[in-house]
Design a protein around this ligand. Structure first.
Ligand code: SF4
Ligand code: SF4
Length: 435
């Protein structure tokens, strides 16, 4: 019953986290099976990459001990009375949770391993991300799902709303009522929802969210966003200094790492990438530049990036919640009191263009803008199977790309490898026709 640390590419070191997992009430037998799959997946996807930046070592290490390192820190935090809040979506404002002295952590749900467990509670024709959420909780095989004191959900898609009702039978869960339009009154309403979240986190942590603490944490989370923006800007270089697969891993880790440490590690990576850009280093010479848009790719879902980057393409941007939707736009830091700060937070988060909104033409604008900025040769739009909103929106996005002369490929897939060969053929053919 071991988890895995690999400090350098190619080197896997085992670490024993068994006591922590036992204390968290995990199903160790099932967890062993999950742990057996992970090093193989890491090896296939990451160790086969050539010329990965040295500063990726940190992110590789976090990944390799994903169920040990960060959970260990959170368990220590809890021993000293700290409270951990598990979140599922890019709309939940971390600033508020950190301002109350809590810690926000993403609950990933990106593995097929958890899907059958979720199907015990949900119809099979539910999005794999939602099924994995329930599987991870009820099968007791994820330390993050076990150690969180409270989950914070949101009324984004219908599947998630219903799934939260089921999760709430097993863990305290607060649902934020996300408006589905972006009128002025929706911005005001979202600010009220954030105020409610403040009350809840104050109750759970026993700490007040002061003006000072909120201002400080707005800055802290903005710095993390700025670091990610810097990373994405560097990918726009003619010579691509880092693979999309590596950047996807960084974006996935953004959801649960300590924000300050994460920002400093991303900036360190960017320093190295700046040198690479100057020296003309290209990790994918001759590869076609692809912008990936669509549904989030939670850890350890690297399926599409891996296929694209082993089929003659290189991903240069992700318009997803494990991409630009997570970090674009800062929270305005000029708020003078709690009300102004909360409204600024609300405005920034409502600037995210998720397909759950109507109308949502701004998302297509984002895709076109980002495709141009990242010099993408084509767009591959991904919809997780049974995700109605992204699937439907894919059609209008295709039309918009056509009007702009940007080649487009729409894909619907799940977490299994059943369609991997077919996708390889389709994606390979798409890449071949790109200029
Ligand atoms: S795609 Fe929409 S619902 Fe899903 S994480 Fe992103 S913002 Fe939330
Ligand atoms: S991918 Fe679609 S269906 Fe799945 S959780 Fe996100 S919005 Fe809901």
């Amino acid at each position: 019953m071991l988890s895995y640390i690999f400090k350098k590419r190619g080197e896997i070191i085992m670490a024993d986290n068994q006591k922590m997992w036992t204390d968290l009430g995990m199903d160790l037998e099932q967890h062993d099976i999950l742990c057996e799959v992970l090093p193989g997946a890491i090896g296939d996807v990451f160790l086969t990459q050539k010329n990965s930046p040295a500063a990726m070592d940190y992110f590789d290490m976090v990944l390799a001990d994903v169920h040990g390192l960060r959970p260990g820190e959170l368990v220590e935090f809890k021993k000293n009375g700290g409270k951990v809040f598990g979140t599922f979506c890019a709309y939940v404002p971390d600033e508020v949770i950190f301002a109350a002295g809590g810690i926000a952590t993403g609950l990933c749900a990106g593995s097929q391993f958890w899907v059958p467990g979720g199907e015990k509670y949900l119809p099979a024709n539910t999005c794999p991300l939602i099924k994995a959420m329930l599987g991870a909780r009820f099968e007791k095989t994820c330390p993050f799902y076990r150690l969180a004191d409270m989950y914070v959900g949101e009324t984004t898609c219908d599947g998630k709303k219903k799934a939260y009702e089921i999760l709430a039978t097993d863990i305290p869960l607060h649902v934020m009522d996300l408006p589905q339009m972006k009128r002025e009154r929706d911005h005001l309403k979202w600010a009220e929802e954030i105020k409610d979240l403040i009350k809840i986190v104050e109750e759970v942590t026993g700490n007040k969210v002061t003006e000072e603490a909120l201002a400080e944490n707005i800055k802290k989370i903005n710095l993390k966003r700025q670091a990610l923006q810097r990373l994405y800007n560097l990918r726009a270089s003619k010579n691509v200094p880092i693979s999309g697969t590596d950047v996807l891993l960084v974006s996935q880790i953004a959801y649960y790492d300590d924000p300050e440490r994460f920002a400093s590690m991303v900036n360190k990576l960017c320093d190295e990438l700046e040198e690479r850009v100057e020296n003309g280093v290209d990790v994918a010479k001759g590869a076609k530049r692809i912008l990936v848009s669509g549904t989030p790719m939670a850890i350890p879902n690297w399926k599409l990036h891996n296929i694209i980057e082993t089929s003659g393409g290189v991903v240069v941007c992700e318009e997803t919640c494990t991409g630009t939707r997570y970090f674009e736009n800062q929270v305005d830091e000029t708020g003078k009191n709690l009300d102004e700060m909360v409204q600024n937070i609300a405005d920034r988060y409502l600037g995210i263009n998720c397909a759950c909104f109507t109308p949502n033409t701004a998302r297509a604008d984002d895709v076109i803008r980002l495709a141009k900025a990242s010099k993408a040769d084509g767009v591959i739009d991904i919809s997780l199977m049974f995700c109605q909103t992204y699937d439907i929106e894919g059609r209008s996005l295709e039309q918009r790309c056509k009007e702009e002369g940007i080649p487009f490929l729409g894909i619907e897939t799940d977490y299994t490898d059943n369609d991997a060969q077919q996708l390889k053929t389709r994606i390979g053919a798409f890449i071949e026709i790109l200029g």
